[in-house]
Design a binder for this molecule. Structure first.
Ligand code: ZN
Length: 85
């Protein structure tokens, strides 16, 4: 999953304070995310974060599922623009 620093994550499982919106402070093997409700920061392993994400908001826009699960080796269909007439 393609998560950037500064993204806002809506999580399936809320923070103990009840907030489920977090901002990303750091990405890597572990993510550092900050609860936007109480301001506390937590370090969470990447795999755990990715499993728990419901939605991602980047620059005020919610990312689509395709953008989140974009595969680098996605197949491109040829459109056939080389026909002889
Ligand atoms: Zn919190």
């Amino acid at each position: 999953m393609d998560i950037h620093v500064g993204d806002h994550l809506l999580m399936k499982k809320p923070h103990p304070c009840g907030g489920n919106r977090f901002s990303v402070g750091r990405v890597g093997m572990d993510f550092r995310i900050r609860c936007e409700t109480c301001g506390r920061e937590v370090m969470v392993p990447r795999a755990k974060v990715e499993k728990n994400i419901r939605r991602v908001v980047r620059e005020g826009r919610e990312l689509t599922r395709e953008e989140l699960e974009r595969r680098p080796n996605a197949k491109l269909e040829p459109t056939g623009g080389q026909e002889d007439v």
